[in-house]
Design a protein around this ligand. Structure first.
Ligand code: 0WD
Length: 254
């Protein structure tokens, strides 16, 4: 389809070709979007550059969302190249993997703060920059998980962070609504990515979802991509502040 024709946007959180951000980037490109990618650090740059080339995407540079200057730098680069944008995808989260296992109670103050900074505040920090160069009617999408709503084994501090991220989506939706800019989250079912491999017993969580979700299998990054296409295109101009479950229906039973 040409659903994204004439739309330009930034996708953040691409680590490799298993990343949810990659499923979204591919789908958007197939549907006519022009994409700018950011990467975190030199190691990921080497992975992101060839993926960008595959899609004809531009690379806006290094962005560590814990470092405000690097957020400014990538948005300045996007503005220099394009002037305006129509969408942003935020597919970023981090927590010390030693705390994504065992009891939530053992979360340290320092990892709690770092997890909240990178996984929650970053959406607000990024949206603040994006707003300045976003056309009216634009769209912002972030990624969340059911561990925000219910206790999931080992998800721990990341569950607390995702709950705060989902609340941020609602507040940002109000702040940007008067310009027709929408802010939504996709609550994706578990997918085997680099970030997920840090979560304790992740293979068991995948199996559990496969057996118990109404649709009896796990989600693919392409399926998340197609849901993002809906939320980032004009198909969803009446949808904001929404947490959209793309999880094989697991949230209806779990
Ligand atoms: O089951 C899953 N995989 C689910 C993931 C289910 C539901 C939601 N999600 C969420 C994650 O929590 C995250 O918000 O989807 C988002 C994307 O995660 P992903 O695709 O599962 O994981 P991955 O491919 O590892 O991409 C996440 C990337 C980082 O990769 P690594 O693995 O190197 O941490 O987030 C980026 C980084 O590229 N990232 C950062 N980017 C900028 N600044 C930072 C940072 N400080 N920290 C992490």
């Amino acid at each position: 389809t040409g659903l994204m024709r004439g739309k330009r946007g930034v996708i953040m959180g691409l680590a490799n070709n298993r990343s949810i951000a990659w499923g979204i980037a591919k789908t958007l490109a197939e549907n006519g979007a022009e994409i700018a990618l950011t990467y975190q650090g030199d190691a990921l740059r080497k992975r992101v550059e060839p993926l960008a080339a595959e899609l004809g995407a531009i690379v806006a540079g290094h962005c560590d969302v814990a470092d405000e200057e690097t957020i400014d730098a990538v948005f300045a680069e996007v503005e220099r190249q394009w002037g305006k944008i129509d969408f942003v995808v935020h597919a970023i989260a981090f927590s010390d993997k030693d705390e994504l296992t065992g009891r939530y109670l053992e979360t340290s103050r320092s990892n709690f703060a770092r997890t909240m900074d990178i996984s929650v505040y970053s959406l607000t920090a990024v949206t603040k920059r994006a707003e300045k160069i976003m056309n009216d009617g634009g769209s912002v999408v972030t990624l969340t998980y059911y561990g925000a709503e219910k206790v999931m084994p080992h998800y721990n501090v990341m569950g607390v962070a995702k709950a705060a991220l989902e609340a941020s989506v609602r507040y940002l939706a109000v702040d940007l609504g008067n310009r027709g800019i929408r802010v939504n989250a996709i609550s994706a079912g578990p997918i085997k990515t680099l970030a997920a491999s840090g979560i304790g017993d992740f293979r068991y969580i995948l199996k559990w979802n496969e057996y118990n979700a109404p649709l009896k299998r796990t989600v693919t990054i392409e399926e998340v991509g197609r849901s993002a296409l809906y939320l980032l295109s004009d198909l969803s101009t009446a949808v904001t502040g929404e947490i959209h479950h793309v999880d094989m229906g697991y949230h209806t039973v779990g």
